[in-house]
Write a protein that binds this ligand. Structure first.
Ligand code: NAD
Length: 264
């Protein structure tokens, strides 16, 4: 048990008084105490695997690629771009989001280990790289879909991870019906996949501890999900600042893998 608090104010005061070492002990105590821990993460979880995030100094949004310089990054990953300018969309997608040969890092592996030990109920990820599953996690809710799956926009035939990346056509074409095959990712301007989003809400609502990590929470749906948490402890592990920090019990501005691996 971390401590009994007589009020929310006393709890806030206690957590704010901790130094870095004490915060790590407190995180370990939270893990001992809680039995329904959920992780909500984003692109920062995969930067140590070599996939750039969007908004950091080395993120995709700051990449200067002459070919795409005239477009806003949000446009390049939008349904408008996919349907109105598909050659540009697939060129950008293939150049920047091919994560087929990327390997999970220590953070992915630690989260998988926590689930296997029965400590973690599940992962809600905005990532589309499939690295949590590659690390062995089972309950992974991909609220923005996956770059490793694709389907025909007309006949809905499904294709595997290589189809879009190996296709020689500038816009990949369905061999069954001749129409476009698109990645199963949620683009700007699209709604989230019902099932994953519904499962994510249930996970968060049943959690006694929510860890948010490697996400700026700039994407509204992730922030909206985080606001559904009413459990005991909110922990944020993110190199940069996020909007939810005022609500969190513990905040670490450090590498996600470093902090997670300090949990015993
Ligand atoms: P974001 O770029 O807005 O924020 C990433 C955050 O992670 C930043 O605040 C940064 O400080 C932090 N960060 C980076 N490396 C970290 C590390 N090693 N340890 C701790 N923190 C670290 O990304 P987002 O919030 O996930 O939202 C943007 C969208 O990015 C999502 O919709 C997601 O689909 C998409 N995206 C996914 C991938 C992927 O699948 N790997 C990659 C790029 C973007």
């Amino acid at each position: 048990m971390i401590k009994e608090f007589i009020s929310q104010r006393a709890k806030e005061k206690y957590f704010r008084s901790l130094n870095e070492e004490q915060k790590k002990n407190a995180l370990n105590n939270i893990f001992d105490e809680c039995s329904h821990i959920v992780f909500l993460g984003g692109a920062g979880v995969s930067t140590e695997s070599g996939i750039p995030d969007f908004r950091s100094k080395n993120g995709l949004y700051r990449k200067r690629d002459k070919k795409f310089a005239r477009y806003r990054p949000e446009y390049l990953l939008s349904s408008d771009c996919l349907y109105q300018n598909p050659k540009v969309f697939f060129d950008y997608f293939r150049s920047n989001l091919d994560c087929r040969n990327v390997q999970p890092n220590a953070a992915h592996k630690k989260l998988a280990e926590m689930e296997q030990k029965g400590k973690l109920d599940g992962i809600i990820t905005q990532n589309i790289d499939g690295l949590h599953q590659k690390a062995g996690s089972r309950n992974v809710q991909e609220i923005h879909g996956s770059a490793l799956r694709s389907h025909c926009v007309i006949c809905r035939k499904e294709y595997g991870p290589d189809f879009i990346f190996e296709s020689r056509d500038p816009v990949p074409v369905c061999p069954e019906c001749g129409k476009m095959v698109r990645p199963e990712v949620t683009l700007y301007g699209e709604i989230l996949p019902d099932e994953a989003y519904g499962n994510a809400i249930h996970l968060i609502q049943d959690a006694d501890c929510l860890i948010i990590g490697g996400t700026s929470l700039e994407v509204g749906t992730a922030a909206g999900l985080a606001h559904q948490f009413h459990g005991k402890y909110l922990v944020i592990i993110n190199k940069g600042k996020t909007k939810m920090e005022g609500k969190a019990d513990l905040v670490f501005h450090e590498s996600i893998s470093k902090v997670l691996c300090e949990i015993e």
